[in-house]
Write a protein that binds this ligand. Structure first.
Ligand code: ADP
Ligand code: UDP
Length: 242
């Protein structure tokens, strides 16, 4: 596999072409941003953890029949993925109230929902990723009705699988963000990353935050939280795969 030119640099990752038009290399950085780039910093070792964790979780999901872009981990920061055309939606699943949900609706954080909530934001930094609904998505032609059904079905299945896995790690999956993309044959698959940058992960007994909220909210112990959550997942998966 030959690493080609960089085609994109985002807030958390760089993306490179390869000699195969169907494959890309993503490279995870330690850069951290919050509030649409207004807060910036570095979380030492984050790129290594997010690369590994996202790959472990995507492999786990693929084993459960969820189609995902993960192909092969190349080194501690770089992974080979299937190239997709990203559907410009941030697909958010919530199991417990937190973050923008709590702010928007005036609900305290930490209230579990009877059934999970799905929410969509239009992935557009210039517009501040506005919240949109199914009708907006169809009107703006961001996805077809069939693609939207597939996305919802996959997102809830992913939630079921990940909630169960994190529970085994003593962690509550509060909420998370997914991105989906179209392969060259039109199939919709899970893309981007699943990591403490894109999930809220709380210790099940103490509700201690083990995710990027430690950075967003200046809670301290950011690197330690990333290492702790990674250690718990690695330990559990080693048991599962024994
Ligand atoms: P952002 O663009 O929000 O700053 P990142 O720094 O994580 O985010 O950049 C990674 C970019 O790569 C994102 O725009 C994401 O949508 C895109 N991406 C993720 N997976 C794939 C894939 N398999 N094929 C094409 N693009 C992808
Ligand atoms: N999220 C993300 N990228 C975004 C916005 C949200 O990964 O651009 C994740 C975030 O980490 C959390 C979930 O999506 O796990 C819900 O985030 P929320 O809408 O509460 O927004 P926030 O409070 O992060 O602004």
């Amino acid at each position: 596999m030959i690493k080609g030119r960089q085609i994109y640099e985002g807030k958390a990752k760089k993306v490179f072409e390869t000699d195969d038009p169907e494959l890309l290399i993503v490279s995870y950085k330690d850069d951290a941003t919050a509030f649409n780039g207004k807060k910036r910093g570095t979380i030492t070792g984050k790129g290594v953890i997010n690369n590994r964790m996202s790959n472990l979780l995507m492999e786990y999901l693929q084993d459960k029949g969820i189609p995902a872009h993960y192909v092969q981990e190349l080194n501690e920061r770089e992974t080979l993925v299937r190239k997709v055309s990203i559907i410009p939606l941030e697909v958010i699943i919530r199991n417990v109230s937190a973050g923008s949900f709590s702010m928007r609706y005036g609900v305290e954080e930490g209230i579990p929902f009877d059934t999970p909530i799905i929410e969509f934001s239009y992935k557009n930094d210039a517009l501040n990723d506005p919240l949109i609904n199914d009708h907006h998505i169809l009107a703006l032609k961001l996805a077809t009705a069939e693609e939207l059904n597939t996305i919802k079905d996959l997102a809830f299945r992913i939630n079921d699988e990940l909630c169960a896995l994190w529970k085994e790690c003593g962690v509550t999956l509060v909420d998370f963000k997914l991105e989906f993309g179209r392969c060259s044959d039109g199939t919709v698959i899970l893309a981007d990353e699943i990591s403490p940058d894109t999930c809220r992960l709380w210790d099940s007994s103490t509700a201690e935050k083990l995710d990027k909220d430690r950075f967003r909210r200046d809670l301290g112990g950011v690197e330690e939280a990333y290492r702790e959550i990674m250690a718990r997942l690695t330990k559990k998966l080693a048991e599962v795969n024994k």
